[in-house]
Design a protein around this ligand. Structure first.
Ligand code: MG
Length: 232
């Protein structure tokens, strides 16, 4: 039986990915001279900031980033992100969350983000939806264990009350997030709220790809039935 929804945050509950991609580009590209474009950061989305920085170091500088570098670069990226202003709530997200609350299903937030500004806003924008003990953050997952690794979503199942994978639905917008949900054995709905082709999310393993949170709100009962039938 379905007992919980596990929600990613950026690109699912907030329309924040544009600003993240811009902040990453300005920091890694313009300031630190890495070769990258904004779309690259939509592909990296879901992994932690530390992992994103380390990946670029390994690929382009042929060594791991030091802890000091990761801290310095990530705080610069965070500063840049904050300067870009507040991200809007994702259209349709409030309606999705209302339906999940009305159905008495548990809600867990599973984010790679360590961005305290957005996490504070979560409670302001969607009050009484996520309790603080039902949040998995980027800092909960060591390097190598962020998305696409299954650990964040496995931790989410534990925080939802030690649920089994087939008792939950993951809602994700990023390829690595979809991979993480599927690696944890959970039915995963992809909402394609960014510039990527829907095929990228299908290839990552999504059980269904929707155009966004508005479509999820419209088709909620159908998706829950699909989850039910997927359990065999
Ligand atoms: Mg996301």
């Amino acid at each position: 039986m379905l007992k919980a929804f596990l929600f990613d945050m950026d690109g699912v509950l907030f329309d924040s990915m544009k600003n993240h991609a811009e902040a990453w580009y300005q920091t890694m590209g313009e300031h630190y001279g890495f070769t990258c474009d904004r779309t690259l950061f939509y592909l990296y989305e879901g992994s932690t900031g530390a992992q994103t920085i380390d990946t670029l170091f390994v690929e382009q500088r042929k060594r791991h980033a030091t802890e000091e570098e990761i801290e310095r670069i990530y705080s610069e990226k965070s500063r840049c992100f904050t300067q870009l202003g507040k991200a809007d709530p994702m259209p349709g997200a409030a309606e999705v969350l209302k339906q999940v609350v009305d159905k008495n299903l548990a809600r867990v937030l599973v984010t790679g983000s360590g961005q305290t500004t957005l996490i504070d806003r979560l409670q302001l924008t969607y009050p009484d939806v996520f309790s603080p003990d039902r949040i998995v953050w980027g800092r909960d997952c060591p390097i190598g264990h962020g998305k696409p690794h299954p650990d964040p979503y496995l931790m989410g199942l534990r925080k939802a009350g030690n649920l089994l994978p087939d008792e939950a639905i993951v809602v994700e917008n990023a390829p690595m997030g979809v991979q993480a949900g599927k690696a944890a054995g959970i039915f995963t709905v992809a909402v394609n709220t960014g510039p990527l082709e829907p095929s990228v999310l299908r290839e990552a393993g999504a059980d269904i790809v929707l155009s966004g949170m508005e479509e999820l709100a419209e088709r909620m009962d159908e998706i829950i039935a699909l989850h039910h039938s997927s359990r065999g």
